[in-house]
Design a protein around this ligand. Structure first.
Ligand SMILES: Nc1ncnc2c1ncn2[C@@H]1O[C@H](COP(=O)(O)OP(=O)(O)OP(=O)(O)O)[C@@H](O)[C@H]1O
Ligand SMILES: [Mg+2]
Length: 230
């Protein structure tokens, strides 16, 4: 079973419809790390939103671990998302009034697992070099520290899937590299399947598989050029 399977997905906006994803089919193995590149407006973020159920499809199907997420009731989808998926965005969306540790524990709080996961939160903070920010609020942290905290938050529930939209987008190259090293390590050690959008060709090259979008279609897929997939 694939971690992510997109079958002929189409996404359009507005009337007359602007077709942003033009019948994309894509299968991603469990434990894969996929980098998605493409020009601004090619549909990268839209692809991430519809495959994670954050946005509706116009047509087609998305299966996550074999489950058709767009058929879920909204409550079911929320539960599935909170349990199985982590999200990292370019602008981290940490809550400004909470400390780094409290921010990391937000997803755990929803399941009343704050206590149970505190030790793990601290381990992630050690590993991501933000332990010194434990009791700091985001405005007292650097951009890199905030982004690494956001990744720890995305991982606190041990998600099967991690969706990252430009996770290095507003970081300098040193901090961007740190974030990429963290994602690679999480993929390697925990086996989290990662779908990551990035503008940076060097960072995309660090993923196991690269997919390139042009105008709402996949026009390059490294796994096909290596002859692994038909
Ligand atoms: N909610 C929306 N309503 C209308 N059009 C939208 C909406 N969201 C995205 N679009 C359009 O869909 C196209 C693809 O947008 P998307 O955000 O997926 O691009 P992207 O590849 O992520 O670009 P970037 O690299 O700039 O982030 C763009 O033309 C955009 O204007
Ligand atoms: Mg985008």
């Amino acid at each position: 079973m694939y971690a992510i399977e997109c079958r002929d997905i189409v996404k359009s906006f507005g009337e007359p419809p602007l077709v942003v994803l033009k019948s994309i089919s894509l299968s991603i193995e469990k434990g894969d790390f996929v980098g998605i590149t493409g020009r601004s407006g090619s549909g990268k973020s839209t692809l991430l939103y519809v495959t994670s159920g954050l946005d509706e499809l116009t047509s087609g199907e998305v299966l996550l671990s074999g489950k058709n997420i767009h058929e879920f009731e909204s409550k079911e989808l929320h539960l599935f998302r909170n349990r199985k998926m982590g999200f990292v965005f370019q602008f981290h969306y940490l809550l400004p009034e909470l400390t780094a540790l409290e921010n990391i524990l937000i997803p755990a709080r929803k399941f009343k697992e704050e206590k149970k996961r505190t030790k793990y939160a601290l381990e992630l903070m050690e590993e991501f070099d933000v332990i010194h920010c434990r009791d700091k609020i985001p405005s007292k942290m650097s951009g890199g520290e905030m982004q690494r905290t956001a990744i720890a938050r995305a991982l606190i529930m041990d998600p099967e899937l991690l969706f990252a939209d430009e996770p290095t987008g507003n970081l300098d190259s040193e901090n961007g590299t740190k974030v990429m090293d963290i994602l690679k390590e999480v993929n390697r050690r925990i086996g989290t399947t990662i779908l990551m959008v990035t503008h940076e060709p060097d960072f995309a090259a660090m993923a196991k598989r690269q997919i390139h979008l042009t105008d709402g279609r996949i026009d390059k897929d490294s796994s096909i050029s290596r002859g692994k997939r038909k």
